[in-house]
Design a protein around this ligand. Structure first.
Ligand SMILES: [Zn+2]
Length: 444
């Protein structure tokens, strides 16, 4: 049967088993490992091995040990020819010959074959970790290995955690971080939303860490635990307009310039515009938007960038506003939103700051719609941090993209029971670990 077997599975990014005997050679290559037989049993393949042990002494009293028995333990191995493979290891249980020794029996383990307590072989566990890191679900990988979801998940958590801990360079290459909130649903007896904070490297577009909290104290404590060299290097901190995250930066990274993410500012202006439109609509017509109402018809066009409208689009918007917005309140809110977009398109920081200052004053005027005055107050409160965008030109945008990745993981990883599953999988997927490090990871 031996000649008929082949495997072409990636282990890590570097270890590709491709020719018929490589999968066996990979084991034979391990000193002291002997292949006893290889059998096809229906659709499955079983590989039986043993590890030669030579002379072993008791770990406690150093007296010579004797073999007590040979328990046979089965592990899930890499599939061969798309057939699930079982690796059966004829182990040695040893016994100390010294009657006075408190050590009675122990099993000979070998982390190169399988970590203690792991039901996957080491090579299968590393392969599974890599697969999940590429975005496959634990169930898909478990199906391919023909084993239980928990078996794969446990291995991915163990090896994923070890990889992230060993890959120290991963988080040490940035001068700009972003803090962003994500909510995820805890599955349990009650469904409830729970909040996490994503710490991102917004220069290299990767997740640094995910914390099971959005509280100021917890996030600041995490920052404080980081090495001084890491903290000193952070020159910019991106954030949404969250007072908690602003406080984290002020207290734990006081030298970092805080930069409000443009996406959140524009989104806020769009929400203000939409609120004005809905209010005017109700005032004009006495009901919420219906399909034929002019303002309802304009709702999407209003949120588009002005430059995206061609001439007929602009004319259409103008005529819808003439019909539905007699006091030009919606038009005013639209201009404010567009002016804010101009602010972000401006390159000169001094000019941009003057623009925002003027816009703020404009929004805060008493005759402005209340929704726009409220926007003006937010701009006033975050003024310097909004302007800082023109110093750093960084945004939480990459973090947003990472959060979308996380949302995808949450969707495909239906059944997240706890935060640790979520964290490891998101970091493997969006944290850009160096997969080559996995090859040298030892889990005993
Ligand atoms: Zn002993």
């Amino acid at each position: 049967m031996l000649h008929a077997l082949s495997v072409s599975k990636k282990l890590g990014n570097t270890f590709v088993l491709s020719n018929p005997t490589e999968i066996l050679q990979a084991l034979v290559g391990l000193k002291d490992v002997k292949i006893l037989r290889l059998e096809r049993r229906g659709p499955d393949v079983e590989l039986v091995i043993e590890r030669e042990i030579g002379v072993v002494v008791c770990p406690r009293c150093r007296e010579r040990a004797r073999v007590k028995d040979r328990p046979v333990v089965s592990y899930v191995d890499l599939p061969v020819y798309a057939s699930p493979m079982t690796l059966t290891w004829k182990k040695h249980r040893l016994r100390c010959v010294n009657v006075d020794c408190p050590v009675t029996t122990w099993m000979v383990e070998d982390h190169r074959i399988a970590a203690k307590g792991c039901l996957l072989t080491t090579r299968a566990a590393k392969w599974a970790t890599n697969q999940v890191g590429q975005g496959r679900t634990v169930s898909e990988v478990a199906d391919e290995l023909n084993c239980d979801w928990h078996t794969v998940n446990d291995a991915v958590l163990t090896y994923g955690e070890a990889l992230l801990a060993a890959d120290k360079k991963r988080r040490n290459q940035t001068t700009a971080i972003g803090l962003d909130e994500t909510n995820f649903v805890k599955l349990g007896t009650h469904l409830h939303a729970s909040y996490a904070t994503t710490v991102a490297d917004v220069q290299n577009h990767q997740i640094i860490e995910i914390l099971p909290t959005r509280r100021y104290e917890d996030v600041a404590a995490w920052v404080n635990r980081q090495p001084a060299s890491w903290k000193e290097r952070i020159a910019y901190g991106a954030l949404d307009m969250s007072p908690a995250y602003a406080a984290v930066y002020s207290v734990a990274l006081p030298q970092a310039a805080q930069v409000v993410d443009p996406y959140h500012v524009i989104a806020l202006a769009n929400r203000s515009l939409d609120a004005v439109r809905r209010r005017v609509q109700v005032e004009q017509l006495g009901h919420r938007g219906r399909r034929d109402d002019p303002l309802y018809r304009a709702r999407r066009v209003l949120l588009l960038g002005e430059e995206k409208l061609d001439e007929s689009g602009s004319r259409r918007l103008q005529s819808l506003l003439e019909l539905g917005d007699p006091n030009a309140e919606v038009a005013l809110a639209y201009r404010v939103k567009e002016r804010l977009r101009d602010f972000y398109r401006t390159f000169d920081p001094v000019h941009a700051r003057a623009m925002l200052d003027e816009l703020k004053g404009h929004c805060l005027r008493r005759e402005m719609p209340p929704e726009i005055q409220k926007l003006g107050r937010t701009i006033r409160d975050w003024f310097d941090k909004i302007c800082n965008f023109h110093l750093a030109r960084i945004s939480n945008g990459p973090t947003e993209a990472l959060n979308n990745l996380i949302k995808r993981i949450k969707r495909i990883g239906f059944g997240f029971r706890n935060f640790q599953n979520y964290r490891i999988r998101a970091l493997l997927y969006a944290g850009k670990p160096n997969w080559r490090v996995l090859d040298s990871i030892v889990v005993r």
